[in-house]
Design a binder for this molecule. Structure first.
Ligand code: FES
Length: 110
């Protein structure tokens, strides 16, 4: 769900912006901020649905501790959006329930 922005980042500094997509909606966000910050600035309040009960969840700690901010980023599920900086063209999707282990990528592991 995207709502009116509660958070904002001053745009008077002339800094660079990047485009990201959240569930099909394109957001112009400042470069260098995290995905979680970008989504909050973009008005997103519902980052994922909990495993039990499909309750809407959103970031809480913003420092990698609570795991409430999990989203799918560029096809990889269960990413902590508060720890990952935005990049131009990034595709972010709401995570519904648990990520399937088959969908997880661990780099070059066999
Ligand atoms: S908001 Fe707590 S881990 Fe990301």
């Amino acid at each position: 769900m995207i709502t009116d922005a509660m958070f904002s980042i001053p745009r008077s500094d002339g800094g660079d912006f990047v485009s990201i997509t959240f569930d099909g909606t394109v957001l112009q966000v400042p470069a260098g901020i995290t995905v979680a910050a970008a989504l909050l600035v973009g008005g997103v309040r519902d980052f994922r649905a909990s495993i039990v009960g499909a309750v809407p969840r959103a970031p809480y700690c913003m420092m990698g501790v609570c795991f409430e901010c999990l989203v799918e980023i560029d096809g990889v599920p269960a990413r902590q959006s508060c720890l990952i900086p935005v990049s131009d063209g990034m595709v972010v999707r709401r995570q519904i329930g648990a990520a399937h282990l088959d969908d997880l990528s661990f780099g070059d592991e066999p």
